[in-house]
Structures are given as C-alpha cells and as structure tokens.
Write a protein that binds this ligand. Structure first.
Ligand SMILES: O=C(O)CCC(=O)C(=O)O
Ligand SMILES: [Fe+2]
Length: 341
C-alpha cells in the first residue's frame, strides 16, 4: 500500500540551493572514454540532489527524428476533434485527453483546481495482442490507440519512443555511479522499461484565470523524464530555493528530470522538482515528454545506499503499477479525468 505522503522534500525551501541547471556532454561517456562515466556520475549526483533537472547534449538522439516527432504531434492535434475523441484515453493511460480534460490535483506546491489548458495523446509500450499481461488484463498493460488516417504517424512514434528509451537506458550506469551502486544495478530493473509518451498541444493563451495554467505546477511521477528542447517557450521550473525560473533554451539538448518514483526509490535523496507550463508565446506549442520507468514487474525497494539506521526507509517497496494506481486514485477529481503523467 502506498500512503499519501506525497512529497515532503518539496516543502523545504533551501536558500543556498544552486540556480543553474547543469549541462552534461555525453559525448566522451558514450564513446567509452576512460573516467568519463565516473566524472559524469558524480556530477549527476550533485544535479539530482540539488536541482532535480539537468540538460544532456551529444546524447545520440537524432535531431531529424525529434523534429519529425514534433511535426507528428502537430499533425495529430490538427485532426478533427471527432477523430481524436474516437481514441479517448483508456484505463491503461493510452489515448486522447481533450483540451481542459484534466486537473492536476496531485501537487505539493500549488492548490490546483482548474483544468489544464492543453490536449494530449498518450502512448505506452506497444504490446502484442497475445502478450500475457494483456491477456491477463493487467493494469496499464493495454493497447495503444492509433489514428487510422495519419500516414507515417505510428512509425514515427514507435521510432521516437525506441530512440528515447535507448537514451534513457544509456544514462542508467550514471545513476548507479551517482548512488554508489554497481554499474549495472539499474540495468537489471530496466530490462523492459515501462514508459508513457505524451504528445501535448498547448494553445497560445493571452488570458488565463487565476490559478489556470497550460499545465499546472506538478512533479512528474517518473524515474526519469526526457524532454527535447522546445523552440516555443512556456516551461518554468521551481528550483529548490523556491524561485520559479523559465527553462533555459539550449539548442539540440534534452532536458532530463526526476519524478516521484525516483524520489521514493532514493528515500527522498534525489529530487522531483516541480514545474509548470504557460504558453504566452503567441504561437501554438507542442511538447513530447518521454517518462521512463523500470520494468513492469520490478519492485523498487529503498536503495541500500539511501538508507541507514538513522535514516530508515520512508516508503514501502512498490512497483510501477502500484505507484500509477496510487497516483490515479489520489489525482482523481469528481467530474474530470485524472491527469496522467
Ligand atoms: O510541456 C513541457 O515543456 C513540459 C511538460 C510536462 O511537464 C509534463 O508533461 O509533465
Ligand atoms: Fe512534467
């Protein structure tokens, strides 16, 4: 059972916390240069203990594929509403969530009460019809819903999610080093990563009500979120010193952050830093965050290097499905669907 202790460390404002989001060049590490893994891993520890966000550059994800995926998000959201509504979000977090279709109630930093001014379509791992989990009706293990009439869309989404997953997995040895664990520690738990891939559309909005956002202040649920650089601004981040900053723009980068599953797994050692979106750019904004988690059946037990007799585990062991079910229940509003990622 997951208890409702949502995010204690978010309430602690640390005036001394850094204001900069670190930038990591993955080039030498991906080439296997001696010492590169240890150096980056140590820097990653600092980033996740003190900021909760970092940029990666030279990450190996093809920019043409990123561009095509942004274009695919636009093409999807340009479809007539009836076609999108035919793919209505199902209980497995796959499908279309209409504009203002969800309230982010699950937030430790703001009392959100108005629906988010965005629409989105969600995908998860593509499972074959006779996958044992599908046949068994396991939660969050259903089918993706694809638009019938959008040439190349499915191929682009599948190529992008495979590529983003490869980037996420390539970072896992750094997380292991950061947490003083054997280098392949997380690779074992992430053999078949769970993920949610979200393609969001934020219409440009000049006038917002009080407490209304494109996406209200929230922390992600994920172990790791990968967000490719967006040419349209709108994302801001609440740093651990309590200050909101606009996310810096860094050409060709991917912004990575930790969510609540990482925070719980690390006994609150690594941050799940809140962020929000408001699109006042004057143009339509699209975003393609990839939320990556461990294998479906893996159980996250408080990491050995994140506990001690004076710092015992604060959370019971949990699986991806346990956390998603808890999140859905705690985020569910009386009339509106829960937000999903
Ligand atoms: O739109 C963005 O830039 C960020 C989106 C986000 O934070 C989310 O979908 O969880
Ligand atoms: Fe987010």
């Amino acid at each position: 059972m997951i208890e409702r202790n949502l995010a204690p460390n978010l309430n602690i404002i640390r005036p001394d916390a850094p204001e900069e989001i670190p930038v990591f060049d993955l080039g030498p590490y991906l080439l296997g240069e001696a010492g590169a893994m240890e150096k980056l891993g140590t820097e990653l520890r600092y980033a996740l203990e003190n900021v909760g966000f970092y940029f990666i550059v030279n990450h190996g994800l093809d920019q043409a594929l990123i561009d095509r995926t942004f274009a695919a998000a636009r093409r999807f959201h340009d479809l007539p509403l009836e076609e999108k509504l035919a793919l209505k979000l199902n209980e497995h977090i796959r499908g279309y969530q209409p504009m203002k279709g969800a309230v982010t109630r699950h937030s430790a930093v703001n009392a959100n009460n108005l629906p988010n001014v965005n629409e989105a379509i969600f995908f998860g791992p593509e499972l074959v019809d006779d996958h044992p989990d599908v046949l068994a009706g396991k939660p969050f293990r259903g089918h993706n819903q694809w638009p019938s009439d959008l040439a190349g869309f499915r191929e682009d989404v599948l190529a992008y999610t495979a590529a983003a997953q490869a980037v996420g997995v390539s970072l896992l040895p750094l997380y292991a080093h950061a947490l003083e664990l054997e280098v392949d520690f997380f690779l074992r738990g992430f053999k078949e990563p769970s993920f949610t891939f979200r393609m969001s559309h934020y219409p440009q909005t000049e006038v917002l009500q009080d407490n209304e956002f494109g996406l209200a202040p929230h922390s992600d649920t994920s172990f790791m979120t990968l967000l490719p650089e967006n040419e349209v601004p709108g994302l801001s981040i609440r740093l651990p010193n309590g200050r909101w900053i606009d996310a810096p723009v860094l050409k060709g980068s991917i912004l990575v952050n930790g969510g609540d599953m990482l925070r719980r797994y690390t006994n609150d050692r690594f941050l799940a830093t809140p962020h929000k979106v408001v699109n006042r750019s004057g143009v339509e904004r699209y975003a393609i965050p990839f939320f990556m988690d461990c294998s479906y059946d893996f159980v996250m037990e408080c990491l050995p290097t994140c506990q001690s007799p004076s710092n015992p585990p604060r959370y019971e062991a949990f699986s991806y499905a346990d956390y998603r079910a808890f999140y859905r229940a705690s985020n569910f509003g009386p009339t509106l669907a829960a937000t999903t990622a």
